[in-house]
Design a protein around this ligand. Structure first.
Ligand SMILES: Nc1nc2c(ncn2[C@@H]2O[C@H](COP(=O)(O)OP(=O)(O)OP(=O)(O)O)[C@@H](O)[C@H]2O)c(=O)[nH]1
Ligand SMILES: [Zn+2]
Length: 199
């Protein structure tokens, strides 16, 4: 059943193009969207937002693109220091940092480049750091059913730096440990020490 808009304002908003919505936003913050420097800004904002949220148009199957290989290797695989940029769902401000991802295979491995691609896919959505961490781990678990997956994210949140509590030096670490990384202390410690190692 079609929903009926409550007010004239809702009708008007719904019929606006995204570009015009951004133009309206510029006016509402006190700017003049017709001044020279801002003329193309709504168009740029649309393009930029499409890029920053392009993760919504992707899914893990598409990203992994059959790069799952049968390999006899049952030691830990770690891809660390994967830089990522995301946006917090509360303020739409960036949070960014590094992801460290590991798994212990169970007959299948993932094409190495696909791990940063997975991180990017989930990062390019509105996120909280905890969910982003968990989603990366669960996508790997689903794709190759490994013996275990571990993901650590270290990030700085601009919503805590340039506004709000205004703390410039705090960083947030989140982790998701599945399978052997949760059950086996030795495996978990091996992962943590490899992540901490500088080379
Ligand atoms: N757990 C978690 N919290 C986040 C993340 N990103 C932002 N936040 C927090 O979300 C909370 C939103 O709190 P509110 O009190 O509703 O919003 P606010 O008034 O803007 O809060 P302040 O940032 O403290 O000014 C804040 O504490 C943010 O720091 C995240 O990735 N994970
Ligand atoms: Zn925020």
């Amino acid at each position: 059943m079609a929903t009926t808009p409550d007010s004239l304002e809702e009708v008007t908003l719904a019929s606006l193009s995204t570009e015009n919505l951004y133009r309206e936003l510029l006016s509402r913050i006190g700017e003049d969207p017709t001044r020279d420097g801002l003329l193309d800004t709504p168009k740029r904002m649309v393009k930029s937002m499409e890029f920053l949220t392009r993760g919504y148009t992707m899914d893990a199957t598409q990203v992994l693109h059959n790069a799952l290989f049968d390999v006899e290797y049952d030691e830990m695989v770690i891809v660390k220091d994967i830089e990522f940029y995301s946006m917090c769902e509360h303020h739409l401000l960036p949070f960014f940092g590094k992801a460290h991802v590991a798994y212990v295979p169970n007959g299948k491995v993932i094409g190495l480049s696909k791990i940063p691609r997975l991180v990017d896919m989930f990062a390019r959505r509105l996120q909280v750091q905890e969910r982003l961490t968990r989603e990366v781990a669960e996508a790997i678990e689903q794709a190759i059913k490994p013996q275990g997956v571990a993901v650590i994210l270290e990030a700085e949140h601009l919503c805590m730096m340039m506004r709000g509590v205004e703390k410039q030096h705090s960083s947030t670490t989140t982790s998701a440990m599945l399978g052997v990384f949760k059950e086996n202390q030795t495996t978990r410690h091996e992962f943590l020490s490899l992540v901490r190692r500088n080379s």
